[in-house]
Design a binder for this molecule. Structure first.
Ligand code: T4K
Length: 389
């Protein structure tokens, strides 16, 4: 290993966007003075207003995290029976269905976008199907037009997992305006965060009311029409969220610059591929995903993942293992590998490289050099081995 290329401090796939500490103290002072720590206080109200504006959605509710937000969205939409979804996602997507006693029906994905393959959805619809739960994977929008056509034709609800898609737009239209409800994750590892947190965006007032009641024990004034839970965001996290929001544009533009460096420097490395910007999409650069083709690169994804750790580059294999291969779902008929060839292939070949606004250009340049060096060294060793045989 070349010492100069080794990172002294570990380079993680992400690092949270932190608000200014001085501003954070001031924000805390305001909360201390108000003595309102939770239960729909001023910070939460302000955050909902500012986020709805930023995301360009009619209604937005903030909640304690994205997973519980998804669970509440399923209830708010009265989902029953089966829900068609993607296996190529974080565990939370599938688990939120199971926690509502809904049966996940896995649909294969597209090779280029990693999103649900809309050509396959209709073949999975049964009389039990109540909804489609697609994910805008790594912030790349799904084929929202086709999904809505299918949903309208079959009377299905559409719940988007937009955990990665904060601020993304499609032909200028905010991503959270599609479908019946969209869930955003505001986890610390996301482009935008409230430490932990989530948001549900919708276009209809009655849904917002239902979500707000469900997150607050199912209470409506002094009555309890249905059982709810406690999914409230507190004032301190909402205050952090307001401060982080001020910095999110700068964060996205830094990530865009770094993404372009990655793209320029990785483009000619055999066996390494990645997505380009899509015309008409306003991207948020939430993740930088590469695919590793071992026949051309020399090492497979798992080998590269381990090799990069030797240089102190700590990547993530989102989303491996595939949700359909989890023990709790693998016996479902739709979970069979033959039903999901693309998703299985993608899950075995994708690697997420570090990308966040605290990274410097030189860090990304070094990561690319290391990926090139690993390829070269491996091929050289192979060549020498072949000659001496
Ligand atoms: N749907 C989708 C499609 C999702 O991706 C997610 C969450 C959800 C739903 C559910 O939303 P939430 O309920 O989480 O709001 C992370 C996140 O925990 C998770 O939010 C996220 N997706 C998933 C893709 O990634 P891990 O287990 O990979 O996180 P972790 O702790 O290993 O963090 C990654 C790196 O970030 C670490 O190596 C170091 C760095 N880091 C992390 C944290 C938490 C920091 O520097 N500081 C920190 O505070 O799951």
């Amino acid at each position: 290993m070349t010492a100069g290329l080794y990172f002294k401090d570990p380079l993680y796939v992400t690092q949270p966007l932190l608000p200014d500490l001085g501003e954070t103290y001031k924000m805390l002072e305001t909360i201390w003075k108000s003595k309102q720590l939770t239960n729909n206080g001023q910070m939460v109200k302000q955050l909902e207003k500012e986020l709805a504006d930023y995301l360009g959605v009619k209604y937005l509710s903030v909640l304690c995290n994205g997973t519980v937000a998804l669970q509440i969205a399923c209830k708010a939409l009265n989902l029953t029976g089966e829900v068609i979804t993607t296996p190529f996602t974080f565990s939370a997507t599938t688990h939120s269905l199971a926690w509502n006693n809904l049966k996940p029906v896995f649909c294969d994905i597209e090779e280029d976008t990693f999103n649900i393959n809309t050509d396959l959805i209709e073949s999975l619809i049964t009389p039990e199907t109540s909804a489609i739960l697609p994910v805008h994977v790594f912030g790349i929008p799904c084929n929202v037009e086709r999904i809505q056509q299918i949903a309208d034709k079959h009377g299905l609800k559409v719940l988007y997992d937009a955990a990665h898609a904060f601020g993304v737009k499609l032909q200028g239209k905010p991503i959270g305006t599609f479908g019946d409800i969209s869930m955003f994750s505001f986890h610390a590892t996301k482009v935008y965060h409230t430490v932990e947190g989530g948001g549900l965006a919708c276009n209809q007032g009655y849904l917002k009311e239902r979500i707000d009641s469900l997150r607050n024990f199912g209470q409506k004034d002094d009555t309890f029409p249905e059982p709810g839970t406690n999914a409230k965001l507190n004032e301190v996290q909402a205050g952090i969220g307001l401060l982080v929001l001020k910095r999110v544009e700068e964060e996205i533009s830094k990530r865009k610059k770094l993404t372009n460096i990655y793209r320029q420097l990785l483009v000619d490395i055999p066996g390494i591929t990645f997505s380009k910007d899509i015309a008409g999409v306003t991207h948020n650069y939430s993740y930088f995903a590469i695919r590793v083709n071992p026949d051309e690169y020399g090492l497979d994804r798992d080998q590269l993942f381990l090799k990069l750790q030797e240089y102190n580059i700590i990547c993530r294999k989102y989303f491996y293992p595939l949700c359909s291969n989890f023990k709790c779902y693998s016996s479902l008929p739709s979970a069979s590998k033959s039903n999901l060839p693309v998703a299985n292939r993608v899950a075995n070949s994708v690697l997420i490289l570090p990308l966040h606004g605290r990274l410097q250009d030189v860090d990304v340049i070094k990561i690319c050099e290391i990926i090139r060096k690993i390829h070269r060294e491996h091929n050289l060793r192979k060549l020498i081995g072949e000659r001496t045989e």
